[in-house]
Design a binder for this molecule. Structure first.
Ligand code: HEC
Length: 275
């Protein structure tokens, strides 16, 4: 015979045990013994509405409030588009001003996140229009920019267009019976940037083919950012200048003033620009 007092205690603890694992409902996650990661806990962004059953929160190193507001991007994350952030994490305000067209003679105003519209369709008429209309490189010629351009060119273009830009990249190399190298098998000849036709063409020709590609060459709109495309074009211009023993760098541009403004001259221009 169980004494009545013990019986009451037993019934009470049993009922506490039963309700402690309450089922989940439409608006509550329910209680579970050690849920682990069995169920994802949904958060409403920007709302500090406590979904009161997240019992692990007290032990968490982050509060619910911190979790329900938008976080900062992970350190070192590279933004798609362009933020003006430099590799040391600081913001280069002069670059941002330049991209946004502030007090700069040769700047191209762009949206805050660096996404730039390209208002030319992918056909021959529009290609010719781009060649006629797109002239200036919106970024000044800088030492750093040429280095970036070289790196990106080597990664993305040199395999076809060659390290020297002469159109003789690895994919189209000649067969060499001495070494048994069968030569490149690429079906079409990549453009030779050292030809006068390409040297004399405006930047629009380069930019257009970077966006859409040309025939068997694919486009690079999704691989290079706005600034990166223009740095690659600066670098190609510097190769062209070198082939003609001309100068195209941050101090001087004797190739063609229309193609790019050296940083040094840009600073001189900026100091006389009207506010
Ligand atoms: C897989 C090989 C390949 C790669 C990689 C490649 N190209 Fe090309 N490119 C070609 C070929 C082939 C042509 C010639 C297309 C034609 O005229 O039919 C060409 C043509 C061009 C032209 C001339 C377009 C015109 O208007 O005549 C430019 C400019 C150009 N490429 C730039 C680049 C740049 C910049 C890169 C790197 C970001 C690059 N290409 C990467 C194969 C390539």
């Amino acid at each position: 015979m169980i004494p009545i007092r013990k019986f009451v205690v037993l019934i009470m603890s049993l009922s506490v045990f039963m309700v402690s694992c309450s089922p989940s409902g439409k608006n509550k996650t329910g209680h579970e013994y050690m849920p682990d990661m069995a169920h994802a806990i949904a958060y409403e962004a920007n709302v500090y509405g406590s979904s009161s059953h997240n019992t692990w929160d007290k032990e968490s190193s982050r509060s619910r409030r911190a979790l329900s507001v938008p976080g900062k991007p992970v350190n070192g994350t590279v933004p798609r588009g362009y933020s003006g952030a430099m590799s040391n994490g600081e913001i280069d305000q002069s670059k941002i001003d330049m991209i946004r067209g502030k007090n700069q003679l040769n700047a191209q105003a762009t949206t805050v996140n660096g996404h730039v519209g390209f208002y030319y369709a992918d056909n021959e008429d529009e290609r010719l229009r781009a060649i006629a209309e797109i002239k200036a490189n919106p970024f000044p010629i800088t030492k750093k920019g040429l280095e970036i351009g070289k790196e990106l060119y080597t990664i993305n273009c040199a395999i076809c267009h060659g390290d020297a830009g002469d159109g003789a990249g690895y994919l189209v190399r000649d067969a060499n019976p001495a070494t048994g190298d069968p030569g490149g098998k690429y079906p079409a000849a990549p453009a030779n940037f050292m030809l006068d036709d390409l040297i004399n063409s405006s930047n629009g020709r380069y930019y257009f083919s970077l966006i859409y590609g040309k025939n068997v060459m694919g486009g690079y709109a999704d691989k290079l950012s706005f600034e990166e495309r223009w740095q690659v074009i600066h670098y190609i211009r510097s190769l062209q200048a070198a082939s003609k023993t001309l100068i195209y760098n941050e101090k001087m541009n004797t190739l063609n003033a229309e193609f790019g403004v050296p940083l040094k001259m840009k600073n001189q221009l900026a100091s006389v620009s009207v506010k």
